[in-house]
Design a protein around this ligand. Structure first.
Ligand code: PLP
Length: 639
């Protein structure tokens, strides 16, 4: 970056490269000549582009405060089309004789508007839904439109769950029960007989193939779900005995989410297809092979088998899957099944962007260092000063060790009351001056020792964002998931600061300090200097999957405002849906406070203050107004 700066003027192209927007953006996001992030709802297919900053202004004109979760409905449509079209292409090119049937696993984003959109738009492709609980099943039945689309019931099922599914089947839904445990079979057969419905049964199998990645525990022989081959054979025998082998129609496995390596995907499909073939040979009707989720999102844009990426394209995924199934089944002259995938993450990740403003920045100010130390300066301060003067490329590690040692000594002396606050502050200044010096020099080293590499994030500015990591980016906090994050404007200016992003909880876990960089990860983000009186907006991208319902109410910061836009071919757009985020009163109710009782209690406390002559009645009135207004307000920072 520094090199570029001296060679030529900073341009939006430099920003595009620095933040990697064209590698992770999948064609949906880019930088405009004006230096703003733009959305291209039709992806690589071209079409209109809309500035995110313009949408932010429009949102604010309508009275919504930041943070806002922006959903771009067209991107969801585009992702569903892309999935189906890519599978269709692979199927027709390879001459495969089954169809592709996608299902969306509701757990990935259960929000009503998301599931509704998928059911509506997906109807043309018979895109179905996958559910793992009674609540999800009821939601799915209420939203699903196509009767040919699959409705897959996973999860451990009680009688009630099974009855709900059987009723759905009777209504005409293409509903399958996938056995997660052998014990479910008897209950399904018993309830089905009682309701006089012929069930469609699937088995979830445990594969020995294990995938690398964050969620690898979901697959493999030790996974807690699925049947072993011995258990599958038992299921077949039971169904045979009862003359119901034609109910067994589907085989399912789930390798885990975000599988970064295509080799694992291929190995799993091959193993699963062998089991599928075995079931057909046993006389089961079959017809559906359900490969579960796992289709990864390239969050860091590196196109590698790193956990936050994937080393394959969608078209390779589809081709490999179809080809593997076909090759194995053709060997044994077995009919090609319909292929189902339960791709959740890849379907919804792109379509939501979290937008927030920066409230404040804290910089480490070294301040001016004195020319001469006062006579009473403690020994440790003198040593720090000497360390600073001796700093050179060859002594970086030594200087670092000394600086930490003497600064620690000063802190100890301060705690035991032997140096003054001012003396301690002087030590602090020298300490940071040394760290700055090391940070500058270390870039000349070929190999940077770990201690020294970490100085960058210690020296980084802290940009305080108006959002909560716990509420809006739980995976960033819980499993260090990396999401692309960048300013959405000023991209024609050089970002001259190095910062980390902290949320408003000011909790040490409520910060983001892993960022995407052109070469791997880095611990700071390039950001612009704040301009007085002007907002600075950041966007966190690709947050549509798994982030919304896992969020918790850390510090009682609640759901953000949500705005959905639909962009027209001519680039105009419509606010199709707006959801107010939680009010303070909503949040207090979640944790079992009664908002009316709260106001009543405060009113009583205020009245007592009036009696004790601490407040006038008029002051009591304005106090109550403030509290009542506060209860209705947004939980985030309001300008
Ligand atoms: C979570 C889950 C999925 C979704 O996986 P993605 O990687 O998000 O596509 C699919 N199927 C099952 C059974 C799951 O548990």
């Amino acid at each position: 970056m520094a090199k570029k700066q001296t060679l030529h003027q900073w341009s939006v192209e430099d920003s595009a490269e620095l933040y990697g927007i064209r590698t992770w953006g999948a064609g949906y996001f880019d930088v405009s000549p004006k230096g703003e992030v733009v959305i291209r709802p039709f992806g690589h297919d071209g079409g209109p582009e809309v500035s995110v900053l313009e949408i932010i202004h429009e949102i604010q004109d309508r009275g919504y405060d930041m943070p806002v979760l922006l959903r771009v409905e067209n991107i969801l449509d585009s992702q569903i089309s892309l999935l189906h079209q890519t599978f269709r292409t692979a199927i027709s090119e390879l001459g495969y004789r089954g169809d592709y049937r996608g299902v969306f696993p509701i757990k990935v984003n259960q929000q009503q508007q998301v599931v509704e959109k998928i059911a509506q738009y997906g109807a043309a492709y018979h895109h179905g839904l996958e559910v793992g609980s009674k609540a999800e099943l009821i939601a799915a039945v209420s939203q699903l439109q196509s009767r040919e689309a699959c409705l897959i019931c996973n999860g451990y099922k009680d009688e009630e769950f099974i009855d709900l599914g059987l009723h759905a089947l009777r209504m005409g839904f293409n509903c399958f029960f996938v056995l997660e445990m052998p014990g479910e079979l008897d209950v399904i057969l018993e309830r089905a007989a009682r309701l006089k419905v012929k069930p469609q049964i699937g088995v979830r199998v445990k594969l020995s193939t294990k995938a690398s990645g964050h969620w690898s525990e979901s697959g493999g022989e030790r996974s807690s779900f699925g049947l072993t081959s011995a258990q599958i054979v038992d299921v077949v025998d039971t169904l045979k005995e009862r003359g119901l082998l034609d109910c067994l129609k589907l085989m399912h496995y789930h390798l885990g989410s975000q599988v970064p390596n295509i080799r694992d995907i291929r190995a799993a499909v091959m193993e699963a297809t062998r089991i599928y073939a075995g079931l057909v040979q046993e006389g089961a009707l079959m017809g559906y092979l359900d490969l579960g989720g796992g289709l990864a999102v390239d969050y860091d844009g590196s196109h590698t088998n790193y956990v936050s990426s994937r080393n394959y394209s969608l078209s390779e995924y589809c081709t490999d899957v179809v080809e593997a199934v076909m090759t194995i089944l053709d060997e044994q002259a077995i009919a090609h099944p319909h292929i189902i995938t339960e791709s959740g993450r890849a379907t919804v990740a792109y379509y939501s962007v979290l937008l927030f403003n920066i409230l404040d920045v804290s910089l480490i100010e070294v301040g001016s260092l004195p020319d001469e130390l006062p006579d009473d300066a403690p020994e440790a301060v003198r040593n720090l000063r000497e360390t600073l003067n001796a700093l050179s490329l060859r002594s970086l590690q030594e200087c670092y060790n000394d600086a930490v040692y003497y600064y620690d000594e000063m802190r100890q002396l301060f705690i035991t009351g032997r140096v003054t606050l001012r003396q301690r502050t002087m030590a602090e200044r020298y300490f940071w001056a040394i760290m700055r010096g090391i940070a500058q020099e270390k870039s000349k080293l070929k190999q940077i020792p770990k201690d020294l590499a970490e100085i960058d994030s210690t020296l980084a500015d802290i940009y305080y964002g108006n959002f909560s990591v716990f509420q809006s980016l739980p995976d960033s906090w819980a499993i260090d998931q990396v999401f692309p994050i960048m300013p959405v404007h000023r991209l024609n200016e050089i970002p001259e600061r190095q910062g980390i992003v902290s949320d408003m909880t000011c909790d040490s876990d409520g910060r983001i300090n892993h960022f995407i960089a052109p070469q791997g990860m880095k611990s700071t983000l390039d950001l612009h200097t704040l301009r007085p009186g002007e907002e600075y907006y950041l966007g966190v991208f690709l947050v549509g999957a798994y982030q919304e319902t896992l969020g918790d109410l850390h510090n009682l910061l609640g759901d953000t405002n949500v705005v959905s836009v639909r962009i027209q071919e001519d680039g105009s757009y419509e606010f199709v849906r707006e959801l107010n985020g939680d009010s303070i009163s909503d949040i207090l109710a979640y944790v079992e406070y009664d908002p009316r009782k709260i106001l009543e209690d405060i009113r009583r406390a205020a009245e007592r203050a009036v009696r004790e002559k601490r407040l006038t009645p008029t002051q009591r009135y304005s106090l109550m107004q403030a509290y009542e207004g506060g209860m209705r307000g947004y939980t985030y920072f309001e300008r």
